[in-house]
Design a protein around this ligand. Structure first.
Ligand code: N01
Length: 536
């Protein structure tokens, strides 16, 4: 950079005001960096800002799905339920934003359209949809892994005369389904959480299921003062255990493998995990996601439980997945999902045998000719996960090459943080890091802290720019692929693999080595002078 080159407008642009973006802004500002944040939403919250569908609730316990960086913050906040609802999480994030004055850093209702590298100065020019241009030394994406809603490509969808919704873009004023005939397409987490709530209002509910899914009851419960006091008194230990775990919450698997114990002990372990509730069932035994027979045993216990909950055996048959190992897609954490099908006004249509042929003004027409009349349609059809919200922004690095081009065959990162050809650009809690496989609040802190340390290191050493080396990227891509390849996670058509998006390369995107192992790796890289990164 010559002496005449103007200084960039800011040190860091952070895109996204979800849990990761908010923490990163806080951490970098505390260190004295000038930070500009942008978010397309009108306020903080990220994924929780958009996913306001009925029944939206976290599947990580509220004590764990909260920031750990400030002792006063975690002591003063009172969670009301074991699993927090979307409104309660939003109240919490508003509280955090107020307490640390985070909104000051952000411009809301503003989408970043592009980020372009100036190769001479190694600074970035960021442009927004409101016409603003900001130059910055660093660009940090915290754009969310599940923030680019995916709608099915069904003929006639636009001709539907009633209202239609996507769970990931739910109206802020809410929706009243009372007395209506409602169709819900999709039975992932969003569908399974919303279906019991919609059923409680609708006159008729038809669920259109392409793939049945594994779900375990949340076992949600209110928290009282005594429980809160107990947890808060031991918060430091709870957080320590969370950081030593694979999933970023303080739970470990059974100390023995599935078939190292007898039938009775095995069933007792499953039962205990079932009672604990939700997604943790996927890690009852340590070998459950790597050994087919171990997975089958966990699956059989699950199936027994679920069949006992559904009155009609023909409906139960449709609800039991036969196409993927249990846990290879994220196990859903539900509240009364399977029992919903025992209600006379709720009907399950399996699209495997009766696909939707088209939608018309008054409802859905199945391939066998049946017309199902609907007043409202809900799409719980998921997201272009992990790369969708990155792809929305044109990121242009060295040689004018876009990130989309660089990632055309699947995301290529070093440690899930940097990409060769894109100096001073970081993508946090996305592909190549544990992100969606773990408690993302701690993952956001993990990345925010690591980045803050890197910037301090650069300042101390007088470095202008940092960039992942191509061979380090190559090795990390292989590491991520090999780790996933050694598990049963490859055997489901999941969004982890991009399988839900037609034409998307089939690459397992998150790093599956777990929170603790990943922390050790990124710490070792830092301790070794950020080995694998090049400085200039
Ligand atoms: O999305 P999904 P989601 N025609 O992709 C079906 C997190 N989350 O929004 O399986 C018909 O899982 C699709 O069918 P199939 C959590 O990590 C967490 O539910 O592809 N159906 C599937 O049934 C979760 O994993 C919470 O065959 C179509 C469903 O739609 C992730 O977000 C709550 C279709 C999509 O399921 C995504 O969950 C909510 C089509 N054309 C979300 N296209 C918590 O609990 C798709 N489907 C915190």
């Amino acid at each position: 950079m010559s002496e005449n080159t103007p200084a960039p407008d800011t040190d860091v642009v952070v895109v996204g005001a979800g849990v990761t973006g908010l923490y990163t802004v806080h951490r970098l500002r505390t260190l004295g960096h000038r930070v500009r944040g942008f978010d397309r939403a009108a306020d903080v919250g990220g994924v929780w800002y958009w996913n306001r569908y009925p029944g939206a609730r976290c599947d990580v316990e509220s004590f764990d799905y909260s920031y750990s960086f400030d002792e006063d913050l975690q002591q003063e906040w009172d969670w009301s339920e074991k699993y927090a609802t979307q409104p309660e999480i939003m109240r919490y994030l508003h509280h955090v934003a107020d307490r640390f004055s985070l909104r000051d850093a952000y411009t809301f209702e503003t989408s970043v359209r592009s980020a372009e590298l100036d190769e001479d100065t190694l600074t970035w020019t960021v442009r927004t949809d409101t016409g603003e241009t900001v130059t910055s030394r660093f660009v940090v994406f915290a754009v969310g892994c599940l923030s680019s809603a995916q709608r099915p490509d069904v003929p006639g969808l636009d001709s539907f005369a009633g209202p239609s919704y996507h769970t990931g873009e739910w109206p802020h004023e809410g929706v009243d389904f009372t007395g209506l005939r409602v169709g819900v397409v999709g039975t992932g987490s969003s569908g399974i959480q919303s279906i019991p709530e919609i059923a409680s209002q609708a006159r008729q509910l038809t669920v259109f299921q392409r793939s049945p899914n594994y779900s375990v009851p949340a076992g949600n419960e209110p928290l009282d003062d005594a429980r809160r006091r107990r947890v808060k008194a031991g918060y430091a230990e709870r957080r320590r255990l969370a950081r030593l775990s694979g999933g970023g919450s303080p739970f470990t698997t059974y100390p023995k493998k599935t078939f190292e114990v007898g039938e009775e002990e095995r069933r007792a372990a499953y039962e205990k995990r079932w009672q604990l509730g939700g997604v943790l069932y996927s890690k009852t035994f340590p070998d459950q996601l790597v050994d087919r027979a171990a997975n089958d045993a966990a699956r059989a216990f699950w199936e027994e439980k679920v069949r006992a909950r559904v009155d009609d055996p023909a409906v139960a048959e449709l609800l039991v997945p036969g196409d993927h190992p249990i846990g290879a897609k994220r196990i859903v954490t539900d509240s009364g999902y399977f029992e919903t099908y025992n209600q006379p006004h709720v009907r399950l249509v399996s699209l495997r045998t009766r696909p939707i042929e088209r939608v018309d003004a008054t409802g859905v027409v199945l391939a066998d000719g049946e017309h199902i009349a609907l007043d409202a349609l809900v799409h719980a059809t998921g997201f272009d996960a992990m790369t969708g919200s990155v792809d929305r922004i044109e990121v242009r690095g060295r040689g004018g090459r876009t990130l989309k081009e660089a990632w055309a065959a699947g995301p290529r990162t070093y440690l899930g943080l940097g990409t060769d050809g894109f100096p001073n650009f970081f993508n946090l809690t996305g592909p190549g890091s544990p992100s969606v496989m773990v408690n993302v609040v701690l993952a956001g802190e993990q990345h925010g802290d690591w980045l803050a340390d890197l910037l301090a290191y650069m300042e101390a050493h007088g470095h202008r720019a940092v960039e992942a080396a191509p061979d380090a990227v190559e090795d990390w891509v292989r590491e991520c692929r090999d780790r996933a390849g050694a598990t049963l996670l490859m055997e489901a058509d999941s969004w982890y693999l991009g399988a839900n998006i037609p034409g998307k390369p089939r690459v397992f995107m998150p790093y599956v080595g777990g929170f603790k192992v990943y922390q050790e790796i990124i710490d070792a890289v830092a301790a070794d002078g950020y080995k694998g990164f090049r400085f200039s």
